[in-house]
Design a protein around this ligand. Sequence first.
Ligand SMILES: [Ca+2]
Length: 434
Amino acid sequence: MLYFRESETLLRRVVRYAFLLLALGNSAFATTSGSVEVAWNPNREPDVTGYKIYWGESSRQYTSVQDVGNNVSGRVSNLTSGQTYYCAVKAYNSAQQESGFSSEVILTYVPDTPPADNSSRIVLLEAESGTLTSPAAILGGGTDVYVDSTNFATASNGSTTLSFNVDTAANYHVWCRVKAPAASSDSFNVSLNNGTEQVFHVYGVAEPTEPRSSGWIWKRIHVAGGDPRDYPLTAGAHTLKFRVREQGACLDRIVVSSNPDFVPTDSLARSGDVLALTSSPVSMSRTVGQTAFFEVTAAATGPVSYQWKKGNVAISGATGSMLILDQLETGDAGSYTVTLTRGTASVTTVPAVLTVSSSAALPDFKVAKMTMNPDLTVNFDLSGGLNSTVLVYASANLQSWSLISTQVNSTGTIRVSDPGAEGQTKRFYKIVTQ
Ligand SMILES: [Ca+2]
């Protein structure tokens, strides 16, 4: 039986011991849509029989409750993507007397299969499809149809103006398939949406050491010095105008891309839908209970759909650019692929192999008091591994890890700070003991 005074004690102990484990950015812990797992250290009162999780959209104004029985973790469910929630826990005894609330954590649910990444769109344009002004002319044959200035007597105002749409506001770069006379460098003037003309140095000042070619090359429009020129575009219609400056300069194709890593090649389809992988899932080894994370990125002429497979079997609901498998079991081991589709274009990744080994006996590490501070750094208390050296690594993708803390746990608990969490949508931690 808990009397009021003892309940006060219980409250204090809940505050002291029942700190919530916050699933930061939640991806590490979210397994099904709209839920995040939280956990806490057990209350030490002898007659505690269970716990309740409370959460709501305002601090200390809880609108939902979940009785999790005598477990020290539970799942906060039915969350709306992007909404911030406040969460605390109470302990109760056999008489259903409840303690006060624990400290509070803030959760923002981010889906573990977010909508397709729109940041990798490309638009493919043929220079000859633009509005031409004389003396620019369409020449060539077969697939090499292009805008030509070979017949110019001198530098001229011949141009092609291309209209296009982007469906996502982003910072874009422009690549051109061009042929420039061996003696020239500043071959075109380029203007966006009838704005100021800027010189496009195919060769010359930007890359003085680059060997010149008399054939077709792909060249990204850059500023002097070689950095790509930024084209911040709103969603909707735009124009690009290329005005030929030098006799002999030819322009075949233009790619407008929001993916900074995308480099076009001549294998791009001449028309229709274009889909090109820019990164593929990477094989990885995990132990039982851990989390695996696969990701694919691509450049395409519009929205891409995804379907992940394990072996030849489609994984239900795995239709985003990322696949997160948490609470791994040995049966999760296998080959994973994802098929991307953009209209008539489709590509399947090379299998990434997931190895899942049985977990060895490990120190009983526990994380508590995970806090996102106002400056967006994160810190938490880590118990376990008494008198051993504890190394903590952090990662945004479960592939690249950074050592953020090396401490000897001489007291039972160490405080770990992670200033690198700022700006991350997800964060994973790995603990190694020596
Ligand atoms: Ca062309």
